[in-house]
Design a protein around this ligand. Sequence first.
Ligand code: HEM
Length: 123
Amino acid sequence: MVKLLSYKEISEHNSQSDLWMIIDGKVYDCTKFMDEHPGGEEVLLDLGGQDATGPFADIGHSDDAVKMLEDLYVGDVDKDSEPVKRAEPEPASATTGGEGNGVLILALLAVAAAIFYYFMNQK
Ligand code: HEM
């Protein structure tokens, strides 16, 4: 019988020592394959515990690559299970905050230098 795996369970297998991914509704354990992957292990790690159907298809993997999946198969996705939300990237305003502060400090320094010169040049 086919083993059904929930999105939550799949998402927990997302590390170098334990890496699953979903391709076309099927779940594959890529842990041992990572070292051998011609496309490198980084791309697989980035997609650990997630649905990699799109990225896998975009590369145009060969029939040999598709055949390799058979050995890595662990079960099917339980499509009725609760989808897992990925952590949202930081909003842009939060990441540009530091830069804004730097500009403000530079402006204050410039004003302080101008005042300093003004008083130094007074007789
Ligand atoms: C378990 C799933 C995967 C298997 C079995 C697999 C297998 C392979 C194989 C056999 C190749 C050599 C070329 C070919 O025969 O098509 C390859 C290349 C490649 N794979 Fe994967 N792959 C998997 C998942 C992924 C994923 C999710 C990505 C993400 C983007 C990816 C990215 C690449 C890239 C970029 C190459 C090209 C390497 C190059 O030619 O420079 N692969 N893969």
